[in-house]
Design a binder for this molecule. Structure first.
Ligand code: F0G
Length: 483
């Protein structure tokens, strides 16, 4: 990784790329933002992007592509069956992950759908380091039960453990001994564990998990959607891997898995997804479902242009300079907020900066969705759109009761290579102001609540008129009342 020395002693990340294409942004006035979030049911998913200044909702499908990726899109071979583009992508996946089969799919959750459909039987358990929303929904839909086996410090936002994404291997062994391997559909490890703040696992932990899986004869599936960040952290934080190249670490990870699937909206900075495995029988079962749900075997719902971009993007994932910008910008944002006393998830992870809403808004009870309220409040005061990752992102139990999430996070994603440092500084400034004025923020309640994945389309209302009071306080504090 390239480090640029500043004689001033300042420690700021420097991009090893330059901007060639840009998109104009606008920051609409505070009162318009207040009206926009009300019209969106206080759900940032329902805002129009034209109403948003900095879109930190997600890194999914929003990463900046390289010139090489855009150039590759021009040579895409447009054919339904047997496209040369697919052959190129398949070859790249084989070379990187050393698995014989590549099964294309239209995005990450499509891979989860196919895998759950083939592997999960009603009542079976799926142990994992931590769940992701769509993963869990697909497993539960097939009658499976998710068993979380996170690292002891995974859910503590203040712990400085460098590998909070590690699985509790002892707990996995006990579960397999007590329940028997036949009751386990598969074991799942998620790279750059999304819902606990983009936290990585170590190569050593993955090796231990895989050894237990081999011993009991159960499949280990890796969700590699956030693998690029995890690779960076293994290289930066794991002593034994310091001298390894990113390609070598990738191969070592792949060797300790039976199946790798990914969302190419994140990994490879394109759009699409796929499953890699050398298990011929499993691949055959997945391929049987492909034409029914995704498309023909040589595109799986992806456009040929995206497949070309993905092939190049996956190769670029092995370039340390290409994958270090995201984690380094996130570390800068987290560290600056931490210095101001703002509660954030530490250590900085991948994907984005995560605000800890439980400590940010201790006066808002969890059943009034503090992380959702924080998302709405931040939009009002800054035009920045984040994503709630807390109780609102959970699903009600069949009896209608509401499980309270382990963590209440507001995720501020930094799509790879998209934002400048001055934009990150603006975010830090407004978040700090909001923290100083946190008593003004109240809770939310549902007005319309969908049964599945309610955070996408649910509509809420504020409890009290706090959004208006917050907007007024901001305007009073600003020298330009229009901003
Ligand atoms: N697995 C992980 C770890 C993810 O973060 C995502 C998506 C998926 C699977 C599903 O992939 O969106 O291509 O269907 N995460 C997005 C996010 C939605 O905003 O974090 P997909």
């Amino acid at each position: 990784m390239t480090h640029i020395h500043f004689f001033s002693g300042e420690q700021i990340p420097v991009e090893m790329h330059k901007t060639k294409i840009l998109q104009k942004l606008t920051l609409i006035p505070t009162q318009e933002r207040l009206a926009a979030i009300a019209a969106a049911g206080y759900n940032t998913f329902l805002l129009q992007n034209a109403q948003v200044f900095l879109d930190m909702l997600t890194d999914s499908g929003t990463n900046a592509m390289s010139d090489q990726q855009l150039a590759a899109m021009m040579v895409a071979d447009d054919s339904y069956a047997g496209s040369q583009t697919f052959t190129r992508l398949e070859r790249v996946c084989r070379a990187i992950f050393e698995k014989e089969q590549f099964i294309p799919a239209h995005q990450g959750r499509a891979c989860e759908h196919l895998l759950a459909q083939v592997l999960v039987k009603p009542g079976q358990l799926v142990p994992m380091n931590y769940h992701f929303t769509t993963t869990k929904a697909h497993i539960v839909r097939m009658g499976g039960i998710v068993v979380e086996l996170p690292h002891a410090e995974a859910l503590d936002p203040e712990s400085t453990c460098p590998f909070k994404g590690n699985m509790d291997v002892g707990a996995l062994r006990r579960l397999l001994e007590e329940e028997g391997p036949e009751s386990v559909a598969f074991v799942r490890m998620e790279a750059g564990t999304n819902l606990i703040g983009g936290q990585p696992f170590s190569l050593a932990n993955l090796e231990d998990v895989y050894a237990v899986c081999r011993e009991f004869g159960v499949l280990l599936i890796l969700d590699a959607s956030l693998l690029a960040d995890n690779l960076y952290f293994i290289k930066a934080r794991e002593e034994a891997c310091r001298e390894m190249s990113i390609a070598q670490i990738t191969k070592a990870i792949a060797k300790n898995t039976d199946v790798i699937y990914f969302s190419a909206r994140k990994l490879g900075c394109a759009r699409g997804g796929g499953i890699c495995t050398s298990d011929g029988q499993l691949a055959a079962s997945l391929k049987e479902l492909l034409p029914l749900f995704e498309g023909f075997l040589t595109y799986g719902g992806m456009s040929v242009r995206e497949m070309e971009a993905l092939a190049v993007g996956l190769e670029e994932t092995l370039d340390e300079d290409m994958i270090s910008q995201g984690p380094q910008f996130i570390a800068y944002m987290v560290d600056e907020l931490h210095k101001q006393g703002v509660p954030v998830v530490n250590p900085p992870g991948g994907l984005g900066c995560h605000l800890d809403a439980k400590r940010f808004l201790p006066h808002v009870p969890q059943n009034q969705y503090p992380a959702g309220a924080l998302a709405a409040a931040l939009y009002i005061v800054s035009g920045i759109r984040g994503m709630e990752r807390g109780t609102l992102s959970e699903q009600r139990n069949p009896d209608g009761t509401e499980p309270l999430a382990d963590m209440e996070l507001l995720r501020l994603a930094l799509p790879r290579r998209v934002f400048t440092l001055s934009q990150v500084k603006y975010a830090v400034d407004r978040i700090t102001w909001l923290y100083e004025n946190r008593d003004l923020v109240g809770g939310l309640q549902f007005v319309e609540e969908p049964a599945t994945l309610r955070f996408f389309l649910g509509r809420l209302a504020p409890i009290g008129d706090w959004p208006m009071q917050l907007a007024q306080a901001l305007e009073k504090n600003l020298s330009f009342s229009t901003l």
